[in-house]
Design a protein around this ligand. Sequence first.
Ligand code: DQA
Length: 147
Amino acid sequence: MRRILVIHGPNLDLLGTREPAIYGHLTLASINQILKVQAKKDKVALVIRQSNHEGRIVDLIGRARKNKFQGILINPAAYTHTSVAVRDAIAACGLIVIEVHLSNIYSREEFRHKSLISPVAKGTIMGFGAKSYTLGLAAILDLIEAK
Ligand code: DQA
């Protein structure tokens, strides 16, 4: 069975109450539930992790290949704009990585316009709220299938 790792970065555990005008009203648990339903339909195993800690995210990415994942769906959240370590881990991991964001980072503050992750991701999906994740999961499955 294909295995996909989903990583949610910092502060995404607060979804539901965190700036709902920007991030919507769905909690992280609801988004994860939607992803699990989609994964079940597509017969793919999902492992979902959230962390507020950069090193933990680096470790998850670094071990993903050994842990038999074929792809990673990641919302690096604020680390998108700051983390060379997360970027390097993605560049090194040898797996298909799709970057997702709930919001369109280019329609927001200027400091969000730079993603350190996009150049090393296979693709980026943003601006569709929770749908960014389901579109991302569909894309990653297509890519694994085509491999
Ligand atoms: C985010 C966008 C980031 O700029 C922000 O720091 C987040 C969430 C998004 O999903 O829209 O925490 O990644």
